[in-house]
Design a protein around this ligand. Structure first.
Ligand code: HEM
Length: 398
């Protein structure tokens, strides 16, 4: 079947599951595509240079795409004020000690997978690991972390409805109310670890620098942004390892290879395929006229394969010379948790490569791609895998 840009429907689950055939087409034929998502008109940008220019110009391209009091939807100066409150917690240096938390948890979880010989890369490893990490980062009592996990999908639906100016479904509204009571309850009763991020937010709340709504939005953003995205990163890494059997050995022999492997997964299969902005004035992008107040959707995943920057960009090559990718965004809103995500990914892969001789797809089963939610996420809902233990890891090979 010949594809056309008209088939690039933003909420089509088939497009979400495999948008890659469209990106070269969009970059070539319609780099500024007039489109819509669930009735909301928008312009879709696919070329790297256009996307980077938008991200570096927050004055013209505002993040206020939804009436939500959150860092993600704030413009300067409010954005800087909010980001400064927690920025210290997310530097490369500040997150480094988290390796001592994620390592043992990953070992515990992956040992069970290896002993079973089969596992779901998402349900049995990536998702519980990143939920656990987010719980530790925020300082939420371990036994309560899974409460939030159950709400995250509904919260993505809630966020989507608010962004589109629609009334959220009763279930999505309920999830939003539940998470608000949950975080406010923890803050009121001081039920969090004193050195954790929730403690920092609670301090700003008590000082009157965050209201209750902002506090809840902040905590929810951190949990949501940190959980689903990193789950997708680890899931996408496991998927690539199932296609590239030799890479596990390379990870054991050259630990630095783990880092380049992760960067290449982030480039070729980023967890988040697109982000959005709204124009504050009429603007010209690559010859296309975009009016004030227009929604602009930026295809980060297309930017990451643009041939103007990446030779053979479609090819997964962990040995390619380092080039900045856009998986974590760019500019003032660039991902706050990028060092933490990398650390979680690195530690998870160190554990996996230290215990597994081989990871392979389970015959006659297909992974289930992620669909729905905000339609921006890219990864798997289920990823059935089989694992053969390393003989010298002291376990029977299966
Ligand atoms: C592989 C994992 C991750 C990916 C691919 C990712 C991707 C992104 C992207 C693309 C943005 C920019 C959004 C925009 O400009 O509109 C962003 C922002 C953000 N990310 Fe991540 N993220 C990841 C992990 C994390 C983690 C672990 C956390 C921490 C808990 C986190 C927290 C945030 C926050 C708070 C923002 C908003 C920053 C701001 O508005 O200033 N992310 N992320």
């Amino acid at each position: 079947m010949t594809l056309s840009v008209a088939d690039f429907v933003l909420n089509d689950p088939r497009v979400q599951a495999d948008p890659y055939p469209f990106y070269p087409l969009l970059r070539e034929e319609a780099p500024v595509l007039k489109s819509e998502l669930l009735g909301q008109p928008c312009y879709v940008l696919s070329r790297r240079k256009d996307i980077m220019a938008v991200l570096m110009d927050p004055k013209t391209f505002s993040s206020k795409t939804a009436p939500v009091a959150s860092l993600l939807f704030a413009d300067p100066p409010e954005h800087g004020r909010l980001r400064k409150m927690v920025a210290d917690k997310f530097t490369r240096l500040a997150v480094a000690p988290m390796a001592d938390v994620v390592g043992p948890a990953a070992e515990r979880m992956f040992t069970r997978c290896v002993e079973a010989g089969r596992f779901d890369g998402i349900d049995d490893f990536a998702s519980p690991l990143t939920v656990y990490m987010m719980g530790r980062l925020l300082g939420i009592p371990v036994e309560q972390v899974n409460n939030i996990r159950g709400w995250t999908h509904r919260l993505a639906e809630y966020a989507m409805a608010i962004r589109l100016g629609r009334t959220p479904s009763p279930q999505a509204q309920q999830a939003s109310n539940d998470i608000a009571s949950f975080f406010l309850g923890l803050v009121e009763t001081r039920s969090y670890a004193e050195d954790a991020t929730l403690a920092v937010l609670a301090e700003h709340f008590r000082a009157g620098e965050l209201d209750a709504n902002q506090l809840v939005r902040f905590a929810t953003l951190l949990f949501g942004a940190g959980h689903t995205t990193t789950t997708n990163l680890i899931g996408n890494c496991l998927y690539m390892l199932s296609q590239r059997p030799d890479d596990l050995r390379r990870m054991r022999e050259e630990p630095a290879f783990i880092e380049t492997f992760i960067e290449e997964v982030l480039r070729t299969r980023p967890s988040f395929h697109r982000i959005m902005r709204i124009t504050t004035r009429d603007v010209d992008i690559g010859g296309a006229q975009i009016p004030q107040g227009a929604i602009v959707r930026l295809l980060l995943a297309s930017a990451n394969r643009d041939p103007e920057t990446y030779t053979d960009g479609e090819v997964f090559d962990p040995d390619r010379p380092a080039r900045m990718h856009a998986a974590f965004g760019q500019g003032i809103h660039s991902c706050l948790g990028s060092w933490l995500a990398r650390l979680e990914g690195r530690t998870a892969l160190r554990v996996v490569s230290g215990m597994a001789a081989e990871i392979a797809r389970v015959p006659d089963t297909e992974p289930t791609p992620l669909t729905g939610g905000t339609f921006n996420e890219f990864g798997f809902e289920h990823l059935p895998l089989q694992v053969r233990a390393l003989a010298d890891h002291g376990r029977a090979t299966s």
